[in-house]
Ligand binder design. Structure first.
Ligand SMILES: [Zn+2]
Length: 173
């Protein structure tokens, strides 16, 4: 989620914002860890969830036999200032087909993607933001297939890839 979100906003936010988010996330995690272990010292907590003793400072991670899994950091995202967003064009324009061609990952228009784009008026139902040129889009089954959802247009929606990841996690619950 952190990587997807950070990439999504990498053309419009500054590294200051990412730094602030990382600090905010650290405070949240510290609260969480402190509540989880009310009888342990701050030092014990810090070394259990962060890689301080391994020389990596406040890197939140889990250490297991499979190795070290580090939590992604917003501020590692590359800010993309060179990408020009055509702000005057939106999928509301009559030439939504132009958008579907540009945004699709296939050389030809993907008929399902084009239909969904039109039905959704160019908006991702999960985050309610417009799809932008260059976004990675994925088709989602509104009712998951595992729960009997059909592979039909009325059970499909187009989501950002990172929004789709969030929904899939929730679907699994
Ligand atoms: Zn979205």
């Amino acid at each position: 989620m952190i990587i997807g979100w950070s990439n999504y906003f990498s053309t419009v936010v500054s590294s200051d914002a990412y730094q602030w988010l990382d600090h905010w996330l650290y405070l949240q995690l510290k609260d969480w860890a402190t509540h989880r272990h009310p009888r342990k010292s701050q030092r014990w907590i810090a070394n259990k969830y962060w890689l301080i003793d391994r020389g990596e400072g406040w890197t939140f991670a889990t250490v297991s036999q499979d190795g070290v899994q580090r939590l992604a950091v917003h501020n590692h995202t590359v800010i993309k200032r060179h990408i020009k967003v055509q702000s005057t064009r939106s999928p509301f324009d009559a030439d939504w087909l132009y958008w579907s061609i540009r945004m699709g990952r296939h050389p030809q228009v993907n008929q399902r993607v084009a239909s969904l784009l039109k039905r959704q008026k160019g908006i991702c139902p999960l985050c309610r933001l417009f799809f932008k040129d260059g976004d990675l889009l994925e088709i989602d089954h509104i009712i998951p297939r595992l729960k009997g959802g059909k592979d039909e247009l009325n059970n499909l929606q187009l989501l950002h890839r990172h929004c789709h990841d969030v929904k899939s996690v929730n679907d699994g619950r």
